[in-house]
Design a protein around this ligand. Sequence first.
Ligand code: AP5
Ligand code: MG
Length: 183
Amino acid sequence: MGPPGVGKGTQAERLGNYFSIIHLSSGAILRNEISKRTELGIKAKQFMDVGKLVPDDLLLNMMENRLVQKDCTKGYILDGFPRTIRQAEGLEQILINQDQELRGAINLFADEDALIQRLILRGQSSRRRSDDTPDVIKNRQRVYWQQTAPLLDFYRSRKQLLKVNGLGSIEIITQRIIDVLNE
Ligand code: AP5
Ligand code: MG
């Protein structure tokens, strides 16, 4: 978990390789649906283009279908999901149904201005995303603080929140995450 640009995707990919488990990014799954022009993709696009969250029902359905697949049985790292209390409750239910347990919710934190810069830079690169424009980045950050940050308390109260400083080199941050998981 963490605000846009904090490195969720970058770190989740590296941790997936390190632990030999799959990395599931809700944003990447949605962008794939958009590129295939599926019904879900068409619905999701209108929210993503302006930096709003895609409705919970769509997300929960999509993630539940994904998490019951065979490649998820030995574990996975989620990136960008859950993002609302309702999604977190939905995930708890999925885990119960699958007889699995959450190892921890990693919260990457960082100074917001540094993050805007990262995303503006990506917006100028070949890896740019349509939502990496200054206005949409600001909106994504606002949405994070309004709708996703309450999840920090949700996981803190369950003693599952693991806080990690998201500023520094990519390699150092990966090591910090591995260290808190081993504590
Ligand atoms: P999503 O794809 O999850 O985007 P986001 O949260 O806005 O965040 P980003 O993916 O931009 O940032 P990140 O934290 O992954 O950082 P990254 O590693 O890329 O969601 C997009 C949209 O999909 C949402 O707005 C919403 O509409 C919808 N959506 C997705 N999930 C949803 C859900 N559960 N419910 C409802 N709607 C949902 O890094 C960013 C940049 O910084 C990169 O260029 C990277 O190379 C660079 N970088 C990374 N680490 C470092 C470092 N340590 N130092 C310097 N640069 C770095
Ligand atoms: Mg990402």
